[in-house]
Ligand binder design. Sequence first.
Ligand SMILES: Nc1ncnc2c1ncn2[C@@H]1O[C@H](COP(=O)(O)OP(=O)(O)O)[C@@H](O)[C@H]1O
Ligand SMILES: [Mg+2]
Length: 463
Amino acid sequence: MPVSTHPDSPVRSSTWRACPLTASTIFPTFLLPTNLLPTNLMGGMGMGLRKAGGNWVAGDRFFDREVEVDALIERVEDGTHTLVTAQRRMGKTSLVRELLRRLEERGDFETVFVDLEDCATPADAIVEIAAGSRHIRGLWTRLKSWAARSSTSAVDRIDELGASELRIKLRAGIDAGRWRAQGDALFASLAASEKPVVLAIDELPILVNRLLKGHEYTITPERRQDTDAFLSWLRKNAQAHRDRIRLVVSGSVGLEPILEQAELSAHANVFAPFELRPWHEETAVACLGELAASYGLEIPEGVRIGMFRRLRCGIPHHVQQFFDWLHEHLRRDNRSEASMDDVDTVYSQDMLGVRGQVYLEHYQSRLRMVLGDDGYVVALELLTEAAVSDGRLTDSSIRQYAAYRSVLSGESGGQVRDVLHVLEHDGYLARRDGGYNFVSGLVEDWWRARNARGFVSFSDRHA
Ligand SMILES: Nc1ncnc2c1ncn2[C@@H]1O[C@H](COP(=O)(O)OP(=O)(O)O)[C@@H](O)[C@H]1O
Ligand SMILES: [Mg+2]
């Protein structure tokens, strides 16, 4: 078992610097990503593609995405700031981690990774960026006055502090009124590093959404102003230091729809969007093949294709999970060859079963976060209508629903339109022939299992 990029690595919120023991370290002449090495060679060594293990992947757990990694490297070299978007579990964090890993290997950039998922204020975000940058040489000397304010008695000692201790100290030294000046100083200090810096900021849209809507998911003028201030600050620094700092921002919540709601869209202009797509059938089927080879399983191609067709959409996490559960199922029976019957059993009992719910729950809960309570109800209704109608929401049923709502609440139909926009943007539904279809077969089946009972179809409703 190779030492790998374990998700719970203690440096989770800082640059990932560990060097995984992959075939390229065993055979130094192969400076190739592990997944480009011949599978038979890797498989014979009991290595090959490893299972994901629950969090982001890089190195010997990272499959495909060569085109995407290259495109991002090109952008970094060009000085383009990027916003990577895709729904949760598409592999954004993994892609960015792998990008940073390869840049580290090349050695011509400093790399910083921060995750803002748990941040609530601009000051939190700045502390997170500072803590994530702590390994950069000279950073603290350049930030002397800031560090001193943070009660880190001797600047030299900062290097010895653990990430969480450092975070607490920095947090104590940054006050709500001065975050902007301190944040500017941090960016200036990063820009003065010996090498240009690639600053990856994960889950920025979650922080923006939180700033804008608070715990009640409602936009107030004050919240809008705070969000505006934070994004203006970020944009200003991104523009001012473009030659020395490249931002790679990512998030599972679309930033654009959130900013549209608050009429703050202009702030997203500084980022060139990059949409991470699901794997095509061939890629997903190849991934299943590599995993099977690594773990000594026989999953005939027809069976792997059958697995993909159940999912219908190659969200890497779903592919990995399907494999993981199939593996476990076979192991329980002490078998190594999978049939279509095994796949069907695992799909209905595990993927759609109680254990699978945990992994799919976010498809429902995040809608409330993005849409607020009212919009959430509309989204539930539209998706359930689609789920009970063979995965399809027709334009005429949407009109029926809009009419029903307008009689009930006087609502003009704008909200239904906005919600559909988010459902389409975030990959739940795709527009096709006068209606919308569920994109993922798994999400559709799960949604039906979860929400269909007791649901009254739009055509049977009378306001
Ligand atoms: N390139 C990849 N190769 C193999 N598995 C992947 C890849 N990208 C994503 N995955 C799978 O998807 C899961 C979620 O990946 P992650 O990067 O955390 O997604 P996101 O940040 O979009 O939510 C991983 O645990 C892994 O199972
Ligand atoms: Mg992520």
